[in-house]
Write a protein that binds this ligand. Structure first.
Ligand SMILES: *[C@@H]1O[C@H](CO)[C@@H](O)[C@H](O)[C@H]1NC(C)=O
Ligand SMILES: *[C@@H]1O[C@H](CO)[C@@H](O)[C@H](O)[C@H]1NC(C)=O
Ligand SMILES: *[C@@H]1O[C@H](CO)[C@@H](O)[C@H](O)[C@H]1NC(C)=O
Ligand SMILES: *[C@@H]1O[C@H](CO)[C@@H](O)[C@H](O)[C@H]1NC(C)=O
Ligand SMILES: *[C@@H]1O[C@H](CO)[C@@H](O)[C@H](O)[C@H]1NC(C)=O
Ligand SMILES: *[C@@H]1O[C@H](CO)[C@@H](O)[C@H](O)[C@H]1NC(C)=O
Ligand SMILES: *[C@@H]1O[C@H](CO)[C@@H](O)[C@H](O)[C@H]1NC(C)=O
Ligand SMILES: *[C@@H]1O[C@H](CO)[C@@H](O)[C@H](O)[C@H]1NC(C)=O
Ligand SMILES: [Zn+2]
Length: 476
């Protein structure tokens, strides 16, 4: 009986110490931010002091493999479900479901039909089912009723609402009487300008600087609301962007009879639904049509894309090589930048940075899969993940085991020019120090008691000499 007592005390002391190092409930707050179309290497195009500030005091993943197809809706749904497109059902920005006999189209904002979204359950629903509250500022799909649920707070999609107004809502939700633990924030650029100018355009420099200033604004507002060291901020995107050219256009009208098929989704991945009895004709006409177009029958689509087992994936898929554009004919709209291509291409990859009490500081990781974000979010929110295609183990090294001290954020005036690193002050966190010191003292005290007891019980013959023996033992 007595011999177990010090051991129990020792375990209790160790537990006290480990509790000091685990996530505290008030640190389980997550703000997920997506800057649409922010390619991984835009960080180095122009000075981006705010992004670099986050990298220095947080984590940075250099290559994020997103999902095929590298389009907005499929990838945003993956970020909040951890599923491949064939599993979450949002297989494109433009879809036709032959079973539902219904269409979905981003171009026409015909995206509010719940049926399209209900093959998966996004994280805000799971979060709310576990008793928490969520708030979404324009996150794609977050204003759609899914499984009879909306986010606790959300803004109906309206691209005219300013970034500042979106941030104001996020801050309001995190600081309300019943604060959210999960915030989702979306901004349309640099995607819009990337399409318009093409990513290689020198005019993209100011666009990227503007996004960096927006991030600076977000950090300032979080700091002002005393949230900067409390919230785990994750900044990512859905996809990158590649340069297109009118020299690299594939015109379907050159090869196919318009009456023989329906073009469900266009470029750079053409989803082709042949008319009744026209499958062979369409396939044969297209399969060797152009050296920069790879044509697959649905069952031949490469496994690595996880883009096959869903009725919304059409019988024929024609995928353009990077930088090539698919049009029916040249009278249609053409964009200088596009995405949607093979997700193995680096230019399709988004950024990934994170900062907050749960994350390591100044840590760079080479690569991750975007499907791994979902289990990471669930871990941070302390909720049970739905079945998904990611792995927490693959991204666990982004997490710190100890809560870091706060880093107050102060923006210098030079920063507004976007060329100088933000200034900062390092401040130590007293609760952290007290926790570590107390934990250490408790462990040392109980180690002494435990070792003394060991000597008492296991070496009874040496009991009289315990004082002399325990000294060197403790020094070893
Ligand atoms: C995580 O959630 C479980 C149950 O859902 C709860 O018992 C536990 O206390 C939570 N952990 C923290 C650190 O809040
Ligand atoms: C599918 O819907 C269209 C109208 O959108 C209708 O004309 C057609 O008959 C429907 N097809 C079937 C098989 O129900
Ligand atoms: C969208 O937001 C703008 C700017 O706040 C506002 O003027 C406009 O009325 C909004 N549109 C809708 C449909 O709510
Ligand atoms: C387009 O096709 C040609 C001929 O096969 C090939 O040499 C070229 O690399 C292709 N372009 C791309 C971007 O893959
Ligand atoms: C080009 O394609 C569009 C869309 O299918 C069609 O409306 C238009 O008539 C076509 N133009 C020519 C010159 O074929
Ligand atoms: C961040 O890490 C790099 C090397 O990994 C090191 O050179 C640099 O001094 C570190 N910066 C800070 C602020 O710790
Ligand atoms: C991404 O997922 C694939 C398939 O599960 C796996 O083989 C690969 O190691 C993962 N990549 C990273 C960087 O974790
Ligand atoms: C992805 O996850 C879903 C849900 O667990 C599962 O049904 C599917 O088989 C997974 N896909 C792969 C390729 O593992
Ligand atoms: Zn886009």
């Amino acid at each position: 009986m007595t011999s177990k007592c010090p051991l129990v005390s020792f375990i209790l002391a160790a537990l006290t110490l480990s509790t000091t190092f685990s996530l505290q409930p008030d640190q389980q707050k997550v703000l997920l931010v997506s800057f649409d179309g922010f390619r991984w290497d835009y960080l180095y195009r122009v000075p981006t002091p705010n992004f670099h500030y986050v990298m220095k005091y947080g984590v940075h993943v250099k290559q994020v493999t997103n999902i095929f197809i590298t389009k907005t809706y499929p990838n945003h749904y993956t970020l909040v479900t951890g599923l491949f497109a064939e599993n979450h059902g949002i297989v494109a920005n433009d879809m036709f479901d032959p079973i539902l006999n219904k269409s979905f189209s981003l171009d026409h904002m015909n995206i509010y039909d719940s049926d399209f979204w209900e093959e998966a359950t996004p994280i805000w629903i799971t979060n709310q089912r576990e008793g928490h509250t969520s708030g979404a500022a324009m996150w794609p799909g977050a204003d759609v009723e899914i499984h009879e649920t909306f986010p606790t707070h959300y803004m109906p999609y309206n691209e005219s609402v300013s970034f500042e107004d979106r941030v104001a809502k996020i801050i309001e939700w995190f600081t309300s009487k019943e604060p959210v633990n999960l915030g989702l924030l979306y901004w349309e650029d640099p995607d819009d300008m990337g399409h318009h100018l093409g990513p290689d355009s020198p005019l993209m420099g100011p666009v990227i600087s503007d996004i960096d200033n927006k991030l600076g604004y977000l950090i300032q507002m979080l700091e002002k609301a005393k949230l900067w060291n409390v919230v785990n901020l994750i900044i990512t995107s859905d996809h990158g962007m590649t340069q297109c050219s009118e020299e690299r256009v594939i015109e379907l009208d050159h090869y196919l009879d318009k009456d023989h098929y329906t073009l469900v989704d266009q470029s750079p991945v053409a989803a082709i639904l042949p008319k009744e009895g026209k499958f062979d004709e369409v396939y044969e006409a297209l399969v060797h049509a152009h050296p920069n177009l790879t044509v697959y029958k649905k069952e031949e689509i490469p496994e690595r894309w996880h883009y096959k087992y869903n009725s919304r994936i059409q019988p024929i898929l024609a995928v353009a090589d990077e930088g090539w554009y698919i049009l029916q004919n040249k009278s249609e709209d053409f964009l200088l930048g596009n995405h949607g291509y093979d997700n193995a291409l680096a230019e399709m990859h988004p950024i990934f940075l994170a900062h907050g009490p749960a994350f390591r500081k100044n840590f760079t990781k080479e690569a991750m899969n975007s499907t791994d974000l979902y289990p990471l979010l669930c871990h941070l929110l302390n909720i049970t993940a739905m079945p998904h295609n990611g792995s927490l183990r693959n991204v666990q090294d982004l997490l710190s085991s100890a809560p870091p001290g706060p880093i107050p954020y102060t923006q210098s005036t030079t920063l507004l020019l976007g060329s100088v690193e933000p200034e900062y002050e390092q401040e130590e966190s007293y609760p952290y120090f007290i926790g570590v010191s107390l934990g250490s003292i408790i462990v040392i005290v109980f180690s002494v008691i435990f070792i003394k007891h060991l000597i008492h019980s296991q070496i009874p013959a040496l009991q009289d000499m315990q004082g002399e023996i325990s000294q060197p033992l403790l020094q070893a």
